[in-house]
Design a protein around this ligand. Structure first.
Ligand SMILES: NC(=O)c1ccc[n+]([C@@H]2O[C@H](COP(=O)([O-])OP(=O)(O)OC[C@H]3O[C@@H](n4cnc5c(N)ncnc54)[C@H](O)[C@@H]3O)[C@@H](O)[C@H]2O)c1
Length: 323
């Protein structure tokens, strides 16, 4: 039965669509293909998805919510949705706040309304973010922690999505799983994220900007582990009442930024020139996922330490950019 994957031209959406198609599941991919980052990378991902005969692509803006049901009508009953389309990025939300309301709030509601009216609807899996933990200083972050102190508008929209989902699960019984991803990286990754920016600068012999003077740590999570978690969640609709669960998907290992840089220097075979800078507004000092609930309910098990994942990312980067 067809799965709708929103954000299919994006980093995580592309990998999820590939994995589903590889398992023989037909996929309808939806994306606005906006120019938040290099559109050629999004087109290249789509080009690879189009090689599968089970793949259909729709270019559409979820914020145009009134068009969604008509746009999807030709694909028959869609009963499972992986909703990954969003305006991502913490720093961009300081300059372009309204983009986040359109894509992340109206877009999320558009998907909820679609699911509400879809006959025999089975399960919506949607992307949340570790950023909902905001300034929490208790590590690791647990799904039982308070999450009402976001430090960026991006985080506030992701938390709002979780609350909207909860209300729709309560009101209409729509089975849903929200996944809080922790700094995802890997081949076909996002050019606005630190991992990509570091690789680009180190290859070019240019300096890298190291925020909070390197005193940061992140639970870097390899894309293959995230995809495995998303597919496991999709297979496991919540049995709770209301049928809505939220899980952390992280590597369960908070790595210092300076260690990441060292691993990357080794993979590239070149030293980085570092410019130490203060903390950026909206950023947090550390992230670290408690994944006990995802382990217990979904069998989620991250398998890729940065010493394995970073060289895989660097190998893709070399090949894609011919460096
Ligand atoms: N990559 C990470 O580390 C990370 C961490 C936490 C949460 N997330 C969340 O995971 C999801 C996927 O992230 P990603 O890293 O693949 O980002 P991405 O930017 O690569 O992909 C998102 C896609 O959504 C599309 N999109 C944006 N607005 C849209 C709209 N109005 N209508 C239709 N499509 C629209 C974009 O064109 C893009 O291709 C997002 O919801 C993001 O917030 C990602």
């Amino acid at each position: 039965m067809t799965v709708l994957v929103t954000g299919a031209a994006g980093f995580i959406g592309y990998h999820v669509a590939e994995a589903l198609l590889g398992q023989g599941e037909p996929v309808v991919g939806l994306d606005i293909v906006n120019s938040y980052y290099d559109v050629r990378l999004k087109e290249a991902r789509l080009e690879r998805l189009r090689r599968h005969k089970g793949f259909t692509f729709i270019k559409a803006d979820l914020a145009e919510h009134e068009k969604l049901a008509t746009t999807l009508a030709p694909f028959g009953p869609i009963r499972r949705v992986v909703h990954l389309a969003a305006q991502a990025g913490v720093r961009y939300s300081l300059e372009h706040p309204f983009e986040y309301i359109g894509a992340n709030i109206i877009g999320h509601l558009a998907i909820l309304e679609y699911c509400r009216h879809a006959e025999g609807f089975e399960h919506l899996v949607y992307a949340s973010s570790s950023s909902v933990y905001g300034g929490n200083d208790k590590l690791p972050f647990s799904v039982d922690d308070r999450v009402d102190r976001p430090v960026s508008l991006y985080a506030a929209t992701k938390r709002a999505d979780e609350l909207m989902s909860h209300s729709y699960a309560h009101l209409y019984g729509i089975p849903q799983t929200g996944l809080r991803f922790f700094t995802v990286y890997g081949p076909w990754g996002r050019p606005d994220m630190a991992m990509f920016l570091f690789a680009k600068a180190i290859f070019a012999g240019e300096p890298i900007r190291v925020f909070n003077r390197g005193d940061m740590s992140r639970d870097f999570t390899f894309i293959e582990d995230i995809v495995a978690g998303i597919l496991a969640a999709l297979r496991t609709p919540p049995a709770s009442k209301p049928p809505h669960r939220v899980y952390n998907l992280g590597n369960n290992n908070s790595e210092p930024l300076l260690k990441l840089i060292a691993v990357m220097e080794k993979a590239i075979g070149k030293k980085a020139k570092q410019i130490l800078e203060p903390m950026q507004m909206g950023d947090v000092q550390a992230t670290y996922a408690d994944i006990d609930a995802a382990r217990r309910d979904l069998g989620f098990e991250p398998r890729t330490p940065i010493e394995v994942g970073v060289p895989k990312f660097v190998a893709w980067y070399r090949e894609y950019h011919g460096v």
